[in-house]
Design a protein around this ligand. Structure first.
Ligand code: ADP
Ligand code: MG
Length: 388
C-alpha cells in the first residue's frame, strides 16, 4: 500500500476520495436527495418534507484553546456551528446529539459547563438535545455534534442553483471572528509569558483586560447561527438560489457556490460588510481587514444568492448585504478592489485542514493552526498574484 500524506491532497481532496468509496452506499436509496457535498445531507420524508443532517467535530488545540475559551461558550459554539449548516440549507433545526471525548484534566463540573452552554443556545434555537456518546480521550477534549432539521421540499437551498446575474449576498458582517481570534491569541501569549515570569503566581488571580475588544471576541467565542435570516426568507417567501454558511471565509465559500453552480462571480471590496471594530484590530496587527473578511472564517454568517427579481423582498431584512453578482463561469471568480483592479480569487483559499503548515511540529503556538489557521502575516501568499 502506498503512503500518500494527507497534506498532499488536502482536506477537500481527501473528502473527494472518501466520497468515491461511499458512493455505492448512496445509490440504492431513492429517498436520498443529497449525500456528501453540501452543508447537509438531504433526505425526502414520507410527508413531503425534506430532512437535513449535519455533523461537525471540534478538537482541542485545533478548533479551540481551553486557556481562552470559556466552557459554556464552547458548548454553545458546538451547537451553533451545526445549526449554521442547517440554516445553509434554508431549513429549521430540530434535534441534536452531542458526543464527547474527555481527557483526564476535565472535571465533571467542566463537562456540565459545556452542556449548560449547549442547552442554553439549543433552547434559543428551539432544538432538543436528544442523545450522544461519551468516551475517554488521550488527545484532549473532543466534541462532536450532529443536528437534524427539516424544510418544505420546495424551500430547500443547495450550494448549486445560482444563475448568472444572481445577486451575491451575505448576512451580518465578516472578518470579525478572525479579529477576535487574533486578539485572543495575543492575550494567550501574554498570559503564558506572565505565568513563565512568575512561576509562583496564583493563576486564578490573572485578569485580562479585553474590554476594548468585546465585540470581536464575542463573535469568535459565541457565534450565532443565522436562524433569523432563514425565518425571514420563509416569512417573505424568498428562496435563495444557492446558499452556504461562512465557516472558512467568504472567499472560500464563494468558490464552493461557483463550483457547484457552474458560475463565475465578481464581488466588490467596497461592499464587504466589515465592522469598524474589525478594522481597528486589523490595523493594530498591521493586517488587511479584507483578508480577514475573505479568508478569516468562522463568522457563521450566510453567503447566498438571489434572483435580481427578489431584491425587493430582501430589502426589508436589515442585516443582509449585496456584495456582488454571479457571472458566466468563463469570467472566473474575482474581487474588484478599492482601486478598481479585478483580483483573481480562484487560487486563493480559506482555511483547509491538513496543509503542510498545520502539520508543522516545531511550532510552540500550535493554536495558530486553528481552524482559521492562516498565517496572515504572509499576505502575498494569500493574494497570490495581487497587482496594484
Ligand atoms: P462544512 O464546512 O459545511 O461543515 P465540510 O467542508 O466539512 O462542510 O464538508 C463538506 C462535505 O463533505 C459535507 O457534505 C460533509 O458531510 C462531507 N464530509 C466531510 N468529512 C467527511 C468524512 N470524513 N466522511 C464523509 N463525508 C465527509
Ligand atoms: Mg457549512
Amino acid at each position: 500500500m502506498s503512503f500518500t500524506r494527507i497534506s498532499e491532497i488536502g482536506e477537500f481532496g481527501l473528502i473527494d476520495r472518501l466520497s468515491a468509496l461511499v458512493q455505492p452506499t448512496e445509490s440504492h436509496l431513492s429517498t436520498l436527495k443529497k449525500g456528501i457535498g453540501d452543508d447537509c445531507a438531504v433526505i425526502a420524508l414520507p410527508n413531503g418534507k425534506f430532512q437535513v443532517i449535519s455533523t461537525d467535530l471540534l478538537i482541542e488545540q485545533i478548533h479551540f484553546d481551553l486557556l481562552t475559551t470559556p466552557l459554556e461558550h464552547l458548548g454553545a459554539k458546538s451547537i451553533s456551528v451545526n445549526v449554521s449548516d442547517i440554516c445553509a440549507m434554508n431549513a429549521k433545526p430540530l434535534y441534536a446529539t452531542i458526543s464527547i471525548g474527555l481527557s483526564n484534566n476535565i472535571s465533571v463540573e467542566m463537562v456540565e459547563q459545556i452542556y449548560k452552554g449547549a442547552a442554553n443556545v439549543a433552547t434559543q434555537y428551539g432544538i432538543a438535545i436528544v442523545g450522544g456518546d461519551t468516551s475517554a480521550s488521550i488527545t484532549g477534549l473532543v466534541i462532536s455534534v450532529t443536528i437534524v432539521g427539516e424544510v418544505d421540499a420546495d424551500k430547500i437551498t443547495y450550494r448549486s442553483g445560482a444563475k448568472q446575474g444572481d445577486l451575491i449576498c451575505v448576512t451580518g458582517d465578516i472578518g470579525r471572528s478572525f479579529a477576535g481570534l487574533k486578539v485572543l491569541m495575543r492575550e494567550r501569549q501574554t498570559m503564558l509569558d506572565t505565568f513563565a515570569e512568575n512561576p509562583d503566581m496564583d493563576k486564578s488571580t490573572y485578569k485580562a483586560d479585553l474590554s476594548d475588544y468585546q465585540k470581536v471576541i464575542e463573535k469568535h467565542l459565541l457565534p450565532k447561527a443565522r436562524v433569523d435570516a432563514v425565518k425571514f426568507f420563509h416569512e417573505v417567501g424568498l428562496v435563495p438560489t444557492s446558499m452556504i454558511d461562512v465557516s472558512d471565509g467568504v472567499g472560500s465559500e464563494l468558490k464552493h457556490l461557483c463550483r457547484h453552480s457552474q458560475t463565475g462571480a465578481l464581488i466588490e471590496e467596497s461592499k464587504l460588510p466589515i465592522l469598524s471594530e474589525t478594522r481597528e484590530v486589523s490595523d493594530e496587527f498591521e493586517d488587511d481587514a479584507t483578508t480577514y473578511a475573505l479568508f478569516g472564517g468562522e463568522d457563521y454568517e450566510l453567503l447566498f444568492t438571489i434572483s435580481p427579481n427578489d431584491f425587493d423582498k430582501l430589502s426589508s431584512f436589515k442585516d443582509a448585504h449585496v456584495i456582488g453578482k454571479m457571472l458566466p463561469q468563463s469570467n472566473g471568480i474575482k474581487m474588484r478592489d478599492l482601486f478598481g483592479t479585478d483580483i483573481d480569487l480562484t487560487n486563493t483559499s480559506g482555511f483547509q485542514h491538513f496543509t503542510e503548515e498545520e502539520f508543522r511540529e516545531d511550532d510552540s503556538d500550535s493554536h495558530n493552526h486553528h481552524h482559521n489557521g492562516h498565517d496572515h502575516d504572509d499576505e502575498d501568499d494569500i493574494w497570490g498574484e495581487r497587482k496594484n
